[in-house]
Structures are given as C-alpha cells and as structure tokens.
Design a protein around this ligand. Structure first.
Ligand SMILES: *Cc1c(COP(=O)(O)O)cnc(C)c1O
Length: 417
C-alpha cells in the first residue's frame, strides 16, 4: 500500500506503509495476547467506581469515552474499538485523524473524538473528518473558519465540535484571554455545533491535588463565559484515568480513560479521593519461547560488551525478543522474565532481536518452554507476574511509553471470551 504526501515546499513524497504482521503470517513465537474479557472487566470496574462516586454526590455517573490513541496503546485500536462499542462505551477518543478513520473503517459507529487538533494542511483532511463523522477538538478561530468551509463544501447538517480550553496544561487549547473571541467566532458559523467543552489536567496523578483543583476552577470559569454567550455545550469533560479515579469532581459529564481500561492503575501509590478503588486486570500479555540453551563454565561471558560473566557453572537460555520488539535495552542485567512460574534474571545486554536469561536455578529448562515476558504465569515452580509498572520503573519511564513501545513486529493475538 502506498500513498503520497505533499510537503510544505510543494514537493511530493511517496510513502509505503508496511502491513502490520498478522497472526496467521507470524513465523516467530514471540507474541502479544490481548484479553478482551479483561478489557470488559476494566470498563465495568471503572463504571462501578464512578457510580459509587456519583451516588455519594447524588448525581448520575459520567459517560465513558475510551481513549484508543496510538493503536489503543499498542493493543490494536480496531479490535478494541469494536469490542468496547459492543460493551457499551459512549464514545471513543483518538489523537489523529487517521486513527479516527481507521476506527470508522473497522465499523465503529459511536461518536469519535479526534483530540490532536490537527487535521492536515489542506481542506481534504477536514473533509475526511466531516465525511467520517469524526468530532474535532478545536481551540482557535482559524480552525473554526476552515472547518465551516469544509462543512459547507461537503454539505449536510451542522458538524459538532469539542472546544478545548487550556486551564494549565500549556499544550493545546484556547488560552483564557482568547476564549471570548473564540466563542464569538463559533457563534458566527451556523455550520458548526458546540457539542462539548473540554480541558486536560496536567497533574491528576501527582500526590498534590492543588493544581487539579485550580484547573477545575478555571474550567468552571470558562463554562460561565460560554453560558453568558448564550451557548450551551451538551457535555463537559476533563478527566483522564487518574482524574476519573481520584477526583469525583472532575468526572463531569464524561471521562476519557485510556490506561485504566488497558488494565493499569495510573497512580497506584497515590491515595484516591474516589470512594472505591477498582481492581484492574492487564489486557496485554507478552510471551515467547526458549530457542537455544547452552552451558557455560565459570568465568565465561556472554552478549554484547560481555556485560555478564558466569560466577559459577551456568545454564543460559536465549529468547527471540529484543529491543526492536519494545523489550527495552534498559532491562539488560536488571529485568526478569517468568519460566515455569518462576522469576528468571536477564543475563547480559538485551540485543535487537534476542535476549539471554540465566536458567541455572530452574530445574529442567527446555527448548520451546514458554516464557512470559509481561503478564502472569503459573507453572511447576510456582506462580508469579511481571507487570508493566515493573518495566517502567526499571526503564525510568511510565507504563504508557512501555505499552506504546511494543512494536508492530510483535503480532497481536486476541483472546475472545
Ligand atoms: C491520552 C489522553 C487521555 C487518556 O489518558 P490516560 O492517562 O491514559 O487515561 C485523556 N485525555 C487526553 C486529552 C489525552 O491526550
């Protein structure tokens, strides 16, 4: 599949899109398993937690719009989108126009919000947005002008938009002092309909709640301005996973959870002010198999840079997974995997395609034995789990980056309930 891309200087580039490896084509044993029952479980847990908060505050629970940007955090957006729509989510959020189109092409019918704010340099991007009935996030008058033109060109009913206010993230959104002109511009365009007012919270997963409270106060002020302009957004939203779970006041009319639906608590060590802590289950597991085994004498070293040396006679197994799969090189000599239900240390440097583990203490490790790289395993030696938070801590990053780093050459298999 190839397509052209026109650059700013007018020249054209052709890009070829490599097809994602499909499970049926996969020759290698390394794979990701996506558990759709866990996905549904996480949705229900989140809803139950929010309903408990709503009950405490005597208000109806918020809608859930699942965030499936970046290919659903590496889990595969079209399968998760179709599944979550069936499970009853009210909408889906993506970052990119092309991510929204991909979901429509997969058959998703519910509202889809494109949060990235960028719809291409030319009108065809905005027309695609309108034709696919995708809701754009907008925050400046020029966007409104261009969108209104595209709606006139395509024809049909007024197109709904979500207005974004910057209440302290400092990334996208209308600044408070530019908000009035934006509202006036919106009122000038009958082609557009104000569906929602939104903002994004910068510190919802940080221990100190003060910044979040301040952002929510500023968001209230923006709503007041909208009301005074005689505009009525149907929905107001602000909360990512952390805010949906920690700040009942941030739930408003709808929440935009991403990481929590994928089964990871956004801030496990921060106390929640919500009334119920959900029990989330990781949706993704990553598995591989032993493809080679060797016995070393004490003193022998292995891997690039010889960073691991046998202190005793040792047995080393080789796994066909490496940093090109998203198994970070930062795990070299530090991370673990599971074999027979037991933790086994990584030995030496993780290389691009392969990683070695020290199986000396595992009785009877064999070729083709299954190895869990991420997830849980029960085996003859016991039961254990490695969750993505463990990777994130060792890699000095966040769980979001670990998931989105699992590359396209790891085929995704979907476990249907
Ligand atoms: C990514 C994103 C979310 C979801 O964040 P999680 O922390 O994964 O729940 C919500 N809103 C916006 C604007 C985002 O960019």
């Amino acid at each position: 599949m190839s397509e052209s891309h026109v650059r700013a200087d007018g020249s054209t580039l052709r890009v070829r899109r490599p097809p994602r490896a499909r499970p049926a084509d996969a020759a290698r044993v390394t794979r990701a398993e996506i558990n759709l029952a866990h996905l549904r479980h996480n949705l229900r847990e989140l809803e139950a937690s929010m309903a408990a908060d709503g009950e405490a505050a005597r208000r109806p629970p918020a809608q859930v719009w699942a965030v499936l940007k970046a290919d659903a955090y590496g889990h595969g957006a079209s399968v998760l989108g179709v599944h979550l729509e069936r499970a009853g989510v009210d909408g889906i959020c993506v970052a990119l126009l092309e991510e929204g189109i991909e979901l429509r092409q997969a058959g998703v019918r519910c509202p889809i919000l494109v949060m990235g704010g960028y719809y291409g340099r030319y009108r065809d991007g905005l027309e695609a947005l309108v034709e696919h009935e995708l809701s754009p996030v907008v925050y400046d008058p020029v966007q409104l002008e261009r969108l209104a033109t595209a709606v006139r060109f395509v024809g049909g009913a007024p197109h709904g938009v979500h207005l974004k206010v910057d209440t302290g993230m400092g990334r996208l959104g209308c600044r408070e002092d530019e908000f009035l002109p934006l509202l006036r511009a919106l009122r000038r365009h009958p082609e557009l309909r104000l569906d929602a007012l939104m903002t994004h919270l910068a510190c919802a997963d940080e221990p100190d709640p003060a910044i979040t409270h301040d952002q929510l106060r500023r968001f209230d002020a923006a709503q007041e301005l909208v009301r005074r302009q005689g505009l009525r957004p149907v929905l107001r939203h602000a909360a990512n996973s952390a805010a949906a779970l920690r700040f009942p006041d941030a739930q408003l009319d709808l929440v935009r959870p991403g990481i929590a639906l994928h089964g990871v608590h956004p801030c496990p060590t921060v106390a929640s002010s919500g009334s119920r802590v959900p029990k989330l289950k990781p949706v993704m597991q990553v598995l591989t198999e032993i493809v080679a085994l060797r016995d070393l004498r004490a003193g022998e070293a292995i891997g690039y840079g010889h960073t691991w040396r046998a202190e005793r006679p040792s047995r080393i197994a080789t796994l066909p997974i490496g940093y090109a799969d998203g198994f970070s090189r930062a795990l070299s000599n530090r991370g673990h995997v599971l074999l027979h239900g037991q933790r086994v240390p990584i030995a030496g440097s993780v290389s691009m395609d392969l990683t070695m583990i020290d199986v000396t203490d595992i009785a009877d490790a064999r070729l083709r034995d299954e190895v869990v790289v991420l997830g849980e395993q029960r085996g003859r030696a016991g039961e254990d789990r490695i969750d993505v938070a463990e990777w994130a801590a060792l890699e000095g990053t966040i769980t979001w980056e670990c998931y989105t780093g699992i590359s396209r050459r790891v085929p995704r298999f979907y476990r249907h309930p």
